[in-house]
Design a protein around this ligand. Sequence first.
Ligand code: MRU
Length: 341
Amino acid sequence: MVETIQWTDSGVVMIDQTRLPLEEAYVTCGTYEEVATAIRDMIIRGAPAIGVAAAMGVALGVLHADEHQLDAQMATICDTLARTRPTAVNLFWAIDRMQRLYASLRGRPIAEIRSRMVREAILVREEDIAINRAIGRHGAPLVPDHKTVLTHCNAGALATAGYGTALGVIRAAIESGKQVDVFADETRPFLQGARLTVWELQQDGIPTTLITDNMAGHFMKSGRIGCVVVGADRIAANGDVANKIGTYSVAVLAKENNVPFFVAAPISTLDLTLASGDRIPIEQRSAREVTHVFGHAVAPAGTTVQNPAFDVTPARYVAAIITERGVARAPYERSLRELVG
Ligand code: MRU
């Protein structure tokens, strides 16, 4: 399986997701600033992968920081990483985890602080893979046999440290002996579905068909789609789900056609401080992502553009939220809090 992100002696190595599938190139970040740029420019993307990158970015920063100004530099490192992308809560979860460890190490020798921070970042990555496998185990029984699963964006190995959340559920269903194939929405404007989901499922030999986003309703109506499984960037206490732009439309179409719409995400994607999805910050990205495809203009120069990177699907469209601790169903106010414990 593809290695999305790794800690190495020369820095944090990431597969460059802006160049897939045309090129399998790797980027090495030697500083926390380079990690921040990689997150902002979407060299690495997907909520859990962003969390792992942020943890490794903090560790890199502490490794190279001036030991006499460690507190001030730690604050700058965390602030810089926190300003990269606003929607995926895993970014803030990971920074918070690293900050808590740092605070617990106050007064310890600098060498120990550095090695413990690096170990923690590596642990965040390892845990993420185990979490995704557990999400897969909980989700696999929900996937109908001999049907097509539709997914939106990329919530796979590339969006995590490995295996994936939504694609982890599909992988686990296939590993359990189910005969399923996948329909991947291309996911305009960044084309995570066409470029990343199709690429990584092909690597695994999972039968995958690429459709444009506006074809989803047509195929749901035909009865071919057994369920929809998507990932999430942030889930509010009432079960509202922020995910890649276009997810909301897919969820509404699924409800209209009696197709179950499942969300697969780790507990670290829950933000129970927010009562509803209305308060989830939605990242606005550059107009160029909409007006250009692979550097080529597809709209007249000077076109006015809106480019929200995420939308919020109201909880009433969500049949279940699959986590590493089990499956939550409505009413989510209660079921999500029970899972968090
Ligand atoms: O803008 P992206 O590519 O980071 O958005 C990714 C998504 O919306 C994913 O579905 C989500 O992060 C879940 S990834 C397991």
